[in-house]
Write a new protein. Structure first.
Length: 270
């Protein structure tokens, strides 16, 4: 085991207080258990079946989740996908996928279902510690879309990249540019939610609600009365009975038209 600074343990505590480990391999689960106890985890729940793990997640509300990718009655990607699209309080909890399979397709699959970090077996205590620090101390923006629900994929860390730099587009920008990018992303998600509404109505409505919240905050921060009023019309529609694609079309269309008239052509949401 390794020594950890008390101040760091204090910062990690809110996330690592209760941990769920989803892995049918008892030895692998024990290794993670021992390391997490050294990081101050007070309660650890271990389960190898992803259906039972989802039920435990709903009742235990873990602050951090580890999952194997596959094995026995476990499909790690399906577990994360269902977690992210659930109504559980822990649906946004950081998820670290720990597996011996680190192919390009498995890493992409983990990223696209909403995994925060990817850790390849065998790993050291320091490897796992680095992943825990990343999810606990470097929070990522949450994306509430229809095709994708989870942390911002542009900052996904598989731990396998060895190149010199990340893409320039991933680097932080000034506040004004970041605000504009966030507004554009919210508009793109609104457009995608309307387009994909029939595929998953429940998630589409949740995506629309989240973008309305973000756009309203953006409009109020920038004193953009037109945007706040337009978002208000969308909020009224959301509150007036079960939203449908037909009822959402007009208020979302008005927001998109306003955005495009300001010289911000929409790109397809990823």
């Amino acid at each position: 085991m390794f020594a950890v600074d008390r101040r760091l343990l204090s910062r990690l505590e809110p996330v690592v207080r209760r941990v769920l480990i989803v892995d049918p391999n008892a030895h692998a689960a024990r290794l993670i258990t021992d390391i997490m106890k050294g990081l101050g985890t007070r309660e650890i729940i271990v389960e190898g079946d992803h259906a039972r793990a989802l039920r435990l997640a709903a009742t235990q509300d873990p602050g951090l989740i580890f999952t194997e990718r596959a094995g026995g009655d476990l499909d790690g990607e399906e577990f994360v996908r269902r977690l992210r699209r659930s109504e559980m309080p822990c649906r946004r909890a950081p998820v670290i996928m720990v597996t011996a399979e680190a192919t390009a397709s498995s890493i992409k699959g983990a990223r696209d279902v909403g995994v925060h970090e990817y850790l390849r077996k065998p790993f050291t205590s320091a490897d796992l510690m680095k992943r825990v620090e990343n999810v606990a101390l470097k929070p990522r923006d949450w994306i509430e879309g229809v095709a994708y629900v989870g942390p911002d994929r542009r900052r996904f860390n598989s731990g396998e990249y060895t190149g010199p730099t990340k893409r320039k587009s991933d680097k932080p920008t000034d506040v004004a540019t970041s605000a504009l990018a966030a507004k554009d992303q919210a508009m793109r998600i609104l457009a995608a939610a309307l387009d994909q509404f029939d595929a998953d109505p429940q998630q589409a409505v949740r995506a629309v609600r989240e973008q309305a919240r973000q756009l309203k905050a953006s409009g109020m921060a920038a004193t953009d009365t037109r945007l706040v009023v337009a978002v208000g019309a969308l909020e009224v529609t959301l509150a007036s009975g079960p939203p449908t694609k037909a009822t959402l079309s007009a208020p979302i269309g008005a927001l998109l038209a306003m955005h495009q008239s300001a010289g911000d052509p929409l790109k397809k949401a990823g």
